[in-house]
Design a protein around this ligand. Structure first.
Ligand SMILES: C[S@@+](CC[C@H](N)C(=O)[O-])C[C@H]1O[C@@H](n2cnc3c(N)ncnc32)[C@H](O)[C@@H]1O
Length: 225
């Protein structure tokens, strides 16, 4: 859903509009550069951040075109089709625009300490509800993430609604069950105005995805100046 929403965010009349020279942060990016690939069409400088060193190492190997890097052609091709360009163009553009690969922890007041910069756009996907296991911690993680947005900038978030657990390698992990109301309250608490909200009901069964979310959401919120 998010990749299809991105053009709405970035086009001329879109929410982020003509902020072509903006800076963006992909917070909790995992080892996957697909969302950053889309963001790199309108952000000149991108920082990719994750909690796990092994995820950062995968991004680093891809960025430096090192031997043993993972093949993300399929992801770049999906972005390329939406933009009507080639997968190679998307990959090269992203490689040029990723300026930093850093560690982060959304439970910290400054999730990217010792870095101190703020960003025009902070993007985060499926991260905060899995990095926390109760609502007060989720609200803190939301606030910490929103603090990284410049006044006048944007927080763009994708996540799961109503999810209480997921399975990975046979282990059950908890998650915070989010609702639209919880997210609206978090945004309000952080002086953010919801500009766009979309949600998509779950289409796959329990067997296809071992988690109990009932929908995924995507929102864009602006930070008041
Ligand atoms: C479900 S993955 C999502 C990855 C990617 N954003 C995506 O949408 O495909 C959750 C990510 O959150 C990261 N994460 C876990 N705890 C975190 C924390 N405290 N601070 C920041 N990121 C965290 C994990 O390392 C993982 O990469």
């Amino acid at each position: 859903m998010t990749l299809e929403e991105m053009p709405q965010v970035k086009n001329e009349n879109g929410i982020v509009g003509s902020r072509e020279s903006g800076s963006a942060l992909d917070l909790g990016c995992g080892p996957v550069p697909s969302f950053s690939a889309s963001i790199s069409s309108w952000a000149n400088s991108l920082t990719m951040a994750d909690f796990l060193p092994q995820n950062l190492f995968e991004i680093f190997k891809w960025k430096t075109n090192s031997c043993g890097k993972l093949d993300w052609f399929h992801h770049f091709n999906t972005v390329a089709k939406l933009e009507d360009v080639s997968a190679k163009q998307v990959e090269l553009r992203l490689r040029r625009r990723v300026q930093k690969i850093i560690s982060c922890d959304v439970s910290k007041e400054n999730p990217i300490f010792p870095h101190k910069n703020l960003f025009d756009v902070v993007f985060t996907s499926l991260c905060l509800e899995f990095a926390t296991d109760n609502l007060p911690d989720y609200q803190s993680a939301f606030k910490n993430s929103a603090n990284l947005v410049k006044p006048g900038g944007f927080l763009i978030m994708q996540g799961a609604l109503g999810n209480t657990f997921y399975m990975l390698g046979g282990t059950r992990f908890p998650s915070v069950a989010l609702t639209r109301e919880i997210l609206a309250d978090c945004a309000k608490m952080c002086n953010l105005k919801m500009e766009l909200w979309n949600q998509l009901d779950r289409k796959c069964g329990q067997k296809d995805k071992e988690a109990d979310h009932d929908a995924i959401f995507f929102f864009v919120a602006s930070k008041r100046i």
